[in-house]
Design a protein around this ligand. Structure first.
Ligand code: F6R
Length: 240
């Protein structure tokens, strides 16, 4: 794992955007795995700026999102479809964009179809990841299999509490999500993991211990040979 410690959220976001831009310049037909939540917002802002001001072209890039809440209509203001539309897709035209359908009538079928799509179009050349304070990646909560494919996951209470900040009230946070599995994530060629702020300090400390354990999903990343962690000083703390 390559580790880059940067000053703050802004610097983490700029570095992440530069990493993506460099790879897209080298391969304009790249497949990009995307995340939602607070962590990648700054990265998306810089990507949009690069498109606007430096004519970065994403028109042949295919994107796959990691996850989507179960039961929220796509146009619900808190769905990840809406999130991506608002923070990236309305600002940067991409070739094709895929997000799991959390309101599919048959969720199991949707998971199988999404995994097949990743295999057909991908796997992602770069997978962007945030990390939950409990170590989750995607919505793979503690205990998720390191070999898992796209599936429906019951969200941990800590995750629902952490994400309550995006909803009118904590009860409004959905209880389940479709998520790419850890096995699906590990198929990506490069993984770019971002972490910022004191809230992530404990998770990063545990990650850097290097012990692989299904009770800490992010530790699966030690199975992967090309992971870059960009972490700010607050999240890094004293490190190991
Ligand atoms: C989002 C996702 C999650 C988040 C994680 C951190 O698509 O898959 O794993 O990356 O919950 O969330 P934030 O960035 O809001 O701290």
């Amino acid at each position: 794992m390559k580790i880059k410690v940067v000053k703050d959220y802004e610097e983490m976001s700029r570095e992440a955007a530069l990493f993506i831009e460099k790879n897209v310049r080298e391969n304009p037909q790249l497949t990009l795995g995307l995340a939602t939540g607070g962590t990648p917002l700054g990265t998306y802002r810089f990507l949009a700026q690069g498109h606007r001001e430096r004519k970065m072209d994403y028109s042949r890039v295919t994107t796959f999102n990691l996850d989507e809440y179960v039961g929220l209509p796509k146009n619900h203001e808190h769905s990840y479809h809406s999130f991506m539309q608002k923070h990236l897709f309305s600002l940067v035209p991409f070739g094709r964009t895929y997000i799991p359908n959390g309101e599919a009538a048959d969720l199991e079928e949707e998971c199988i179809a999404y995994e097949r799509l990743i295999e057909k179009e991908g796997p992602p050349d770069i997978q962007l990841l945030g990390i939950g304070s409990n170590g989750h990646i995607g919505f793979n909560e503690p205990g998720a299999s390191f070999e898992g494919e796209t599936h429906v996951e019951t969200l941990a209470e800590t995750t629902r509490k952490a994400n309550a900040r995006f909803f009118p009230s904590p009860e409004d946070v959905p209880k389940e999500a479709i998520t790419m599995g850890i096995g699906s994530i590990l198929k990506s060629r490069k993984i770019l993991l971002l972490a910022s702020g004191l809230r992530k300090n404990e998770a990063i400390r545990r990650l850097l211990k290097g012990e692989m354990d299904e009770s800490f999903p992010a530790s699966a990343l030690y199975h992967h040979e090309n992971v870059t962690l960009i972490v700010d000083e607050e999240a890094y703390g004293k490190g190991v």
